[in-house]
Design a protein around this ligand. Structure first.
Ligand code: BMA
Length: 358
């Protein structure tokens, strides 16, 4: 840890002490406050999906693992402040999620990460309840309608939500960010833009929030996370309402589908954050880059020249980069020992804007 980061951690600890609170958020409200404060102070928590359960060419192998290994920690000496996990598969009662992570290990990793002072976020890629396909099965545009009250899949969907709720309730009340029905302004998931009406999407989100509340899941901070490259009007066209959202997020990726991917990534990110920042402020919500990255990180200076350049002028509470698959060498979004971007990641780590675990 460098001096700047040490002093910042000390300041945060003292602020928390003076407010008679522990540094670790005990409730969902504490977690929202922690994120809002970070953003206000010009700090952005760095996050990485599945960071503690596997990485580039390794994975946790046994029940007794202490979750000490992390590609990010191996590169910069500090764990990410945010770790993401995915609930896909919990709806079927599976023991492992869609990427092979046992839910029991996920639960332990959540406990370890939060005990270290970290923040956890959950996404969910549930299967398609109507067709039996996966989350990406967009062959039928009546799926959302079918899971809502009165629909043919409503009883099944309630069972699925019930299984997700049961898992979330085993986290001992640790406050976590929950980010269901993401990237819905694209049409690659069964809850996507061309797959349901605005009203159906809003009903799906609101139904999920009410279901969790009625199931007694009290530890959730709700994140809304459309994909980027939308207008403010489009963003709000499926907004579930201030009572159902804590974080107004954006999922924004870089890809080689445009001639100058680096410039385009920064341009669109800045353009979207320029309208999202005042919009979120007017709704009293926290802004976050709920998913981001560039598969395989082809630009060795991506961390400072793209990600930091894109967010630097905006109060983004956290940015979560996607996973480093253990079984697909090119599918990584964070550095690992020896990766070409590692040196630049150290610059990103040492930058006063970014927050890792002390
Ligand atoms: C996608 C890819 C898939 C993975 C899914 C859910 O973006 O990483 O390999 O199964 O996310 O984690």
């Amino acid at each position: 840890m460098n001096l700047q980061k040490f002093l910042f951690s000390l300041a945060v600890a003292l602020t928390c002490l003076s407010a008679c609170r522990t540094e670790k958020p005990n409730t969902a409200e504490d977690l929202v406050r922690r994120l809002a404060e970070a953003a206000q102070q010009g700090k952005m928590l760095y996050g990485h999906q599945d960071d503690l359960v596997y990485g580039h060419s390794w994975k946790v192998e046994s029940d007794g693992d202490a979750f000490a290994r992390s590609d990010v920690q191996s590169v910069c000496g500090a764990y990410p402040a945010v770790v993401g996990f995915d609930l896909g598969g919990i709806e079927l009662g599976n023991e492992k999620n869609l990427d092979g992570v046992p839910f029991a290990w996920m639960r332990k990793a959540v406990q370890v990460h939060t005990a270290r002072g970290g923040v956890v976020t959950f996404s969910w890629h549930p299967r398609n309840p109507l067709t039996g396909g996966d989350a990406w099965d967009v062959s039928d545009s009546t799926v959302v309608r079918s899971v809502l009250e009165g629909g043919a899949c409503a009883p099944l969907f309630q069972q699925w939500l019930g299984r997700a709720a049961a898992f979330l309730k085993t986290l001992d009340g640790i406050p976590v960010i929950f980010r269901p029905w993401h990237e819905h302004m694209g049409s690659w998931f069964w809850w996507g833009r061309n797959l349901c009406s605005d009203e159906e999407y809003v009903a799906l989100f609101r139904y999920t929030v009410r279901f969790m509340q009625n199931a007694g899941v009290k530890n959730l901070v709700w994140a809304f996370s459309p994909n980027s490259e939308v207008t403010a009007e489009e963003y709000m066209s499926r907004y579930p309402g201030d009572d159902c959202v804590d974080i107004m997020g954006l999922d924004h990726y870089e890809g080689t589908y445009v001639p100058d991917p680096d410039a385009y990534y920064v341009e669109i990110l800045r353009r979207d954050l320029a309208w999202l920042t005042p919009l979120a402020a007017s709704h009293g919500k926290v802004v976050a880059l709920t998913e981001t990255g560039y598969e395989g990180i082809p630009n060795p200076r991506w961390w400072t020249d793209c990600l930091l350049a894109g967010v630097a002028d905006y109060p983004v509470a956290y940015a979560l980069t996607w996973r480093n698959a253990h079984d697909r060498p090119g599918h990584f979004y964070a550095p690992y020992p020896g990766s070409a971007d590692s040196k630049n990641f150290l610059e990103f780590y040492h930058n006063e804007h970014t927050v890792f675990l002390p």
